[in-house]
Design a protein around this ligand. Sequence first.
Ligand code: NDP
Length: 384
Amino acid sequence: MTERQAPPEDGTGNPASTPLNPFSIDFSGDAGSSDGSVPVGGGFAPIAIESDVDRAPTGVSVDTGRGGRTDTKLLIIGSGPAGLTAAIYGARANLEPIVLAGSAPGGQLMITSDVENYPGFPDGIQGPDLMALFRAQAERFGSHIVDVDVDRVDLSERPFRAWARGVEYTGQAVIIATGASALWLGLESETRLRGRGVSACATCDGFFFRDKEIAVVGGGDTAFEEALFLTRFASRIHMLHRRENFRASKIMQDRAVAHPKIDIHPNRIVDEVLGEHHVEGLRLRDRVSGEPEKMEVEGLFVAIGYKPNTEIFKGWLDVDPMGYLEVRDETGSKIEGVFIAGDVHDHRYRQAVTAAGDGCRAAIDAERWLEAQGVTESSTATAW
Ligand code: NDP
């Protein structure tokens, strides 16, 4: 198979920097308070970004220790492509954003190996390297990024408030960019081989399975959509579903049944993904007979749904029937001054580039709203 590479390592377990990438992510847990490192409240594996890019002479301090800035014009929750793009735009508009990045910052690209569809990288880029670039660019203009999970928010009045690890952060405007998480089966072997044949994104990774035999697990529309998309690449696709009946719409089922490359296997439980360094097969079990079965495939796409990360906004913002935040008037929400960007509302495209675009839109909308409230001066609106 066309083996996908895990992020290259420098021998210390850290992804190495690449010629395109003058930054390296340090997962050593030794983030100091020197320039360029990212503050954590302690206990998390911090990410320190070493950059040889000069800081912008904005005079905006990037406080890297405890006791850094906690109030801002623009508070951003989430640090995937949407959150960090919002930070780049917000910082360049002098909104001095604080990004509450989560304890596992960077979003879903941090668990993606090759990213070949993000424009500007003709040779592809590793997901973590791409996010390090986003982050360095956001910091260069004065964004203050804190790797903490937000426990709760109070969006009842301005300034809006968010708490993380006992610290209260306030923002005159908020951009929510908490993303969505793919659901996984929960197998140890699945986790181990993620990025080495196990994927949750056919659009991102289907290309690597040209002329390969692969499996898709799940029985909803996502699974059928992924399987049908993968027929462009794979030689054969086995759809594995744990029950007899499928949740997917009839039309999607009919298309899959009619497709010569797709075989449908109901009542199959995936017990293990086989392979040491990359996927070599699956150990399955027939749910009805209990019979074990081995299936030789070189890839497994897990398509059992997504969970938007909206828990902390319950009671404040509306969600649609699928649980995603409801957007009003482009990137707004039902609360004036609270904006929404990326996969936390978008279950249609779910791409890094669309999330980044959304972050840009939300930052521009937030800046214009802040200006209308008299929080910022009017000179920044076109100075992106
Ligand atoms: P669904 O919840 O509809 O389906 C998830 C599927 O995964 C179910 O078949 C479920 O099995 C299975 N599953 C869940 N957990 C496990 C597990 N641990 N092991 C094995 N199988 C598991 O999610 P989708 O993402 O497919 O769809 C979500 C919504 O988005 C739906 O409303 C869907 O219609 C919509 N959608 C629409 C699309 C379109 O119109 N083009 C495309 C994609 C999604 P079980 O059935 O046994 O619970």
